[in-house]
Design a protein around this ligand. Structure first.
Ligand SMILES: Cc1ncc(C[n+]2csc(CCOP(=O)(O)OP(=O)(O)O)c2C)c(N)n1
Ligand SMILES: [Mg+2]
Length: 345
């Protein structure tokens, strides 16, 4: 169910939650800031391919990254900059990959959102359309067969991805095997230009959880507090051995599918509905209401994020791309990749 705006009253929350919330909010600001920078670089013709942003989805994404622990697995999708950062991806990885630097995790050979660090448990995204469900499920199965315990895997995707065969096959297998997999579906109302009404006929995508035999949750993707609580709970259930968890977060994609798309097909009424709230504004208001920071402190957090992003962007623009003459063209899936040390951030 979608939650309406809360009364501006102060809630009593444990100090640890306050710390988590403020940390999450800062990751969200950093993610938004770096994506705005990448979009500017794209407009300046400095990025090959598209720039896909998570504008409006940072609360859902960051909650995934923060709920996971070192040793867990994460299969992010194209709108997961916030979650990637919260799970430990260095800021510079994103900029290096978008700008094709040979010092990036993919050595300038794979574009934009197709980056990852296998050693740290982040998979390089194959496609946004649910393909990581079976990859993360397979990795969890492998860990179980090796006797490794206490590992949770999470993956993220959009509403449109739930209509694919990859999603169905992956989640069905994970459910049968009772794998500790958390599938987070961000229903941002559109799959590129296709609205929900042309995608599925069920009332709420979370209804599908029953069919798969997994535990399901519906949450307001614009409300950071709810996202942190629900994702934390679901990751805990998976870790306890309760099998796959499916979360459906409702929000609105606040940008085009990518920078090249003006999203003129989006129903304008959605922007003024509760779905259209900007999760960063909601989180900022909550931080102020709770008295955890004043407006000046939040402004400084934003300035800090901007300074970090500018520094990284300047540095990376001086780096070169791969040289075909001395590049080792072996695939990443070979032994070479397993021993490849990504350059330090
Ligand atoms: C098999 C396949 N078909 C189409 C595409 C192109 N494509 C990439 S993302 C996307 C829409 C995805 O919509 P959704 O799952 O709702 O995620 P959102 O973009 O809204 O976050 C499409 C059509 C693709 N990458 N792979
Ligand atoms: Mg969508």
């Amino acid at each position: 169910m979608l939650h309406t705006l809360k009364e501006p009253t102060r809630e009593v929350v444990p100090p640890a939650f306050r710390e988590q919330y403020v940390k999450a909010f800062n990751w969200m600001i950093l993610a938004r800031t770096v994506e705005e920078k990448l979009a500017n670089l794209w407009r300046a013709g400095k990025v090959a391919g598209g720039v896909y942003t998570g504008k409006g989805q940072e609360a859902v994404s960051v909650a995934i990254g923060l709920a996971l622990k070192p040793g867990d697995l994460f299969g992010p999708a194209i709108r997961d900059q916030a979650g990637r950062l919260a799970f430990g991806e260095p800021l510079i990885d994103a900029v290096r990959t978008y700008l094709g630097s040979r010092l990036g995790p993919m050595r300038g050979r794979d574009g934009n959102i197709h980056r990852g660090r296998l050693r740290e448990g982040t998979f390089a995204m194959i496609s946004h359309l649910g393909s990581l469900v079976s990859v993360v499920a397979g990795a969890l199965l492998a860990r179980r067969m090796r006797g490794e315990q206490n590992v949770v895997g999470a993956t993220s995707m959009g509403d449109g991805a739930t209509s694919t065969g990859a999603f169905h096959e992956g989640l069905n297998l994970a459910a049968v095997e009772k794998l500790p997999l958390v599938v987070v579906v961000t229903n941002n109302q559109y799959a590129y230009s296709t609205p929900n009404s042309r995608q599925f006929a069920c009332h709420d995508l979370v209804d599908r959880a029953i069919g798969y035999g997994v535990e399901g949750y519906s949450m307001d993707g614009t409300d950071l507090k709810e996202c942190l609580e629900v994702v934390h709970h679901a990751v805990g259930r998976a870790r306890e051995g309760q099998g796959p968890q499916m979360i459906v977060a409702s929000c609105l994609r606040l940008a085009g599918h990518a920078e090249h798309d003006d999203a003129s097909y989006v129903d304008p009424r959605l922007f003024t509905s509760p779905l259209g709230r900007d999760c960063i504004d909601v989180a900022r208001n909550y931080v102020l209401e709770q008295g955890w920071a004043d407006a000046e402190t939040v402004r400084q957090w934003r300035e800090n994020a901007k300074a970090q992003v500018e520094e990284v962007a300047l540095k990376v623009q001086r780096e070169s791309g791969p040289d075909p003459a001395d590049e080792d063209w072996c695939a990443y899936a070979t032994r070479r990749f397993a021993t490849f040390e990504a350059s330090p951030s």
